[in-house]
Design a protein around this ligand. Structure first.
Ligand SMILES: Cc1cc2nc3c(=O)[nH]c(=O)nc-3n(C[C@H](O)[C@H](O)[C@H](O)COP(=O)(O)OP(=O)(O)OC[C@H]3O[C@@H](n4cnc5c(N)ncnc54)[C@H](O)[C@@H]3O)c2cc1C
Length: 328
């Protein structure tokens, strides 16, 4: 066992932020044991992404090339290809991100290899007969220490738990093309259509999230949040109360049963900060709470808070941002 194989996802021409975090996580294991770090990605790997892989200390980058490997739309086929590559390389650990896509692929890998899959890990070290792991449970409020009995560690890295950092020494990032032999029957899911929402900014990766809860009061009330989000280049999120009331789609819900976000700035408007919501936004670099209740958990936990009525504060904030930007 002398290498770790990580599944890397692309965001356009670059390596996705989640994959940079995952490579940093996997590198700690590789560095500690003198193992090589390999990356595998679906399709041709653009030069910019190769530069990212090099910076992460990747020794070899494998490009999976096959007609059936259609971006992120073929988890069963991607898993079969990774399995074939693993059979050749004999990796000691297979690591994916905790993204929906990578988690789905890794679950297929687990089924094919009959290896146990440990998801949402924050730490990993070899131990007698297997691996000692720490992983995130219950939406992020619980850390669990686990012993995994397996020859090969099959893991996903918990999203937003490892800050992506370049390796001290860049890797060689040798590019190898790998053409797996895939059966047509593996191509069981196909993406028929993709519709972009919120001006193309995804809630999960937006640098700014303006989120609203019960205090917003209505679907129309979210108009001012949309305006502020657009001005700041962000996306709109919401609490479960807003989705339950039909004010927003479930796709916008932040929290345990919604999306986990880690923006530079999270603005919580009229959201009390129940644990199930908090676990979805607690990884934000800065949190600003706007709330009438100075005792609300969101207010006491936030980096900044403004106590007041959001219906007065948000229009004033929008006007101020526009003034400073010279926008009419
Ligand atoms: C299994 C389970 C899973 C759940 N998953 C999620 C989840 O993923 N995401 C989630 O969000 N919730 C989730 N919940 C629900 C969660 O427990 C809370 O009920 C919910 O987050 C509360 O939403 P809220 O903060 O909008 O409403 P409230 O708790 O009612 O808070 C409203 C806040 O708005 C403030 N306010 C009112 N008017 C104004 C005003 N004019 N200006 C400023 N502030 C004002 C109030 O002071 C208050 O703090 C889950 C619950 C369960 C049981």
């Amino acid at each position: 066992m002398s290498l770790i194989l990580t599944l890397s996802e692309l965001d356009g021409d670059t390596l996705a932020r989640s994959s940079r975090e995952t490579l940093t996580f996997a590198r700690s294991l590789a560095d500690a044991h003198g193992w090589d770090l390999h990356a595998v990605a679906v399709g041709e790997i653009p030069d910019t992404a190769m530069a990212d892989l090099r910076a992460q200390g990747v020794a070899v980058a494998h490009a999976l090339l096959h007609d059936q490997l259609d971006g992120d739309a073929a988890p069963a086929a991607i898993a079969a290809a990774i399995n074939e590559l693993h059979d050749r390389l004999g990796a000691g650990a297979l690591v994916g991100s905790g993204t929906d896509h990578a988690a789905e692929v890794m679950a297929h890998v687990a089924a094919r290899t009959d290896l146990p899959l440990a998801s949402n890990c924050t730490e990993v070290a070899p131990a007698d007969g297997g691996w000692d792991l720490t992983r995130v449970r219950w939406g992020g409020v619980l850390l669990e220490d686990v012993h995994l009995e397996a020859d090969v560690a099959l893991l996903t890295a918990a999203p937003h738990q490892t800050a992506a950092a370049d390796a001290v020494s860049p890797g060689a990032a040798e590019l190898h093309s790998f053409k797996p032999e895939l059966d047509e029957s593996l191509h069981i899911t196909r993406v028929v259509e993709r519709a972009s929402r919120g001006g193309g900014i995804s809630l999960a990766t937006a640098p700014v999230v303006i989120s609203g809860g019960r205090g917003v009061g209505s679907a129309e009330g979210f108009g001012i949040l949309e305006e502020l989000a657009e001005l700041l280049g962000g996306a709109v999120g919401c609490s479960r109360v807003a989705t339950n009331n039909g004010w927003r789609s479930h796709n916008d819900q932040v929290g345990q049963t919604g999306t986990r976000v880690a923006p530079d700035l999270y603005v919580a408007c009229g959201i009390s900060g129940a644990t199930q919501h908090w676990v979805g936004c607690m990884s934000a670099k800065k949190i600003l709470a706007i709330n009438t209740d100075p005792e609300a958990p969101m207010v006491t936990r936030a980096h900044y808070a403004v106590i007041g009525d959001l219906h007065e504060l948000l229009p004033a904030l929008v006007t101020e941002v526009k003034n400073r930007r010279g926008v009419g």
